[in-house]
Design a protein around this ligand. Structure first.
Ligand code: ADP
Length: 387
């Protein structure tokens, strides 16, 4: 009884609401500080000991195991995510139990499965690359023949940072993936000749309130996001409008709650095409921690706790984010962080508390200001202490 009253009190005041984050990576870690500021209690179900978000980890366990996730959900008021890998069966069982899950499984399925996403975006009339579901070499070869002999093949599930994405010019190059399908299909896409990659973020509350961030330019190296410039340089009014409209249409059409990131291609003939979706804070929005009135981690928490959204406006003309990847450099990472902070007091260095294995994202640098060259220099130079 007192439990129910306590819960109702928290729901009504919206303060002290307990947010449960499934996954203990850096995205969960970066929700910790804003949760404290908002008066929310953050709990994390981490995959193992020593994860990036261990400061808030209250449980360690397998997010694929229903009873583990159920036990975690019993201790919180809202469930949200650091990643999109929690199986649909688990999510649907939570919803049936009456747990508030944001984003819900009906929305999240389109961030979990790229084929389902392509089919749904087609229904919504959102511009995207030409695509097909291919089940065998014959179907892939037919797609290749129709698209100039080259295409991008993707495994629909489980890919990240370019893993699960392959450019092929012959169906045999995807034989291993096709052979492992067990009745499913791969996603084949036209090889888009893009001039740059962009990302549009938008936050959405359960009741439908939205807040869109400016469209940003993202630069990938080896399939991994390296830098983000906010807003995207040389943005025309049309680009800003079209990107925001796409974000809005997807957030509403899929009933997304929390932060949505829409990765986009801009082509040389000025088309804007959707690459993929993430329904959580996203690397393309890290700049907003220091460069916007409301950072994406705070905004995600506000949205999933059903609090009024914050202003997404930038604080300066430009914000630049440069990722720090673990590399071959010798020496202690904390010393390198200190050196970067010493050389660039105007840069904001964010650390993820991870071992710096080669290629692994271990932190990022944000710089903000009104001169793009200065801001790029500051962010790159501070991040350069880790190269
Ligand atoms: P992941 O889920 O691993 O991030 P993506 O689908 O985002 O995979 O693809 C990773 C990268 O591969 C993209 O950022 C882009 O650079 C490139 N890419 C993906 N799809 C296409 C495409 N249809 N045409 C051209 N390049 C593509």
């Amino acid at each position: 009884m007192s439990d129910t009253r306590e819960w109702t009190r928290r729901k009504e005041s919206r303060m002290g609401v307990r947010i449960g984050v499934i996954g203990g990576g850096q995205l969960a870690r970066m929700m910790i500080a804003p949760a404290v500021e908002l008066g929310l209690e953050l709990r994390v179900l981490a995959e193992g000991e020593g994860m990036s978000a261990q400061l808030a980890a209250t449980g360690v366990g397998d997010y694929r195991d229903l009873e583990t996730v159920r036990a975690f959900a019993r201790e919180v008021d809202v469930i949200t995510f650091d990643h999109e890998h929690v199986p649909q069966e688990v999510l649907r069982a939570l919803v049936a139990d009456g747990v508030a899950v944001h984003p819900g499984p009906d929305a999240l399925q389109f961030a979990q499965d790229k084929l389902a996403m392509r089919a749904r975006l087609a229904e919504l009339g959102v511009p995207q690359p030409e695509w097909a579901a291919v089940r065998d070499e014959g179907e892939l070869q037919a797609f290749l023949d129709d698209h100039g002999g080259r295409a991008v093949v993707k495994t629909p599930r489980g890919g990240y940072d370019g893993k699960g994405v392959r450019v092929v010019s012959d169906a045999a190059e995807a034989a291993d993936w096709l052979g492992a399908l067990e009745g499913g299909a791969l996603l084949a896409e036209e090889l888009v000749s893009f001039t740059r990659e962009l990302a549009q973020q938008i936050a959405r509350r359960p009741g439908g309130q939205t807040a869109a961030y400016p469209v940003v330019e993202t630069v990938q190296r080896d399939g991994v996001c390296a830098e983000v410039i906010a807003p995207a340089p040389h943005s025309t009014e049309r680009l800003v409008r079209v990107a925001a409209e796409i974000g809005e249409r997807i957030a509403e059409g899929l009933d997304v709650t929390g932060m949505l990131a829409v990765e986009l291609f801009q082509t040389d003939d000025e088309r804007i095409l959707v690459n993929e979706l993430a329904m959580r804070p996203h690397n393309s929005g890290h700049w907003s921690q220091d460069g916007a009135v409301t950072g994406q981690f705070e905004q995600h928490l506000r949205a999933v706790a059903d609090l009024p959204l914050g202003d997404p406006r930038p604080l300066a003309e430009w914000a630049v984010m440069v990722n720090i990847l673990g590399g071959p450099a010798e020496g202690r990472i904390d010393e390198r962080f200190a050196a970067a902070m010493d050389a660039h007091p105007d840069a904001k260095v964010h650390t993820y508390g991870k071992d710096p294995r080669p290629g692994r994202k271990v932190g990022h640098v944000n710089a903000v200001g009104d001169d793009l060259d200065d801001v790029v220099y500051t962010a790159r130079s501070a991040a350069g202490h880790f190269a």
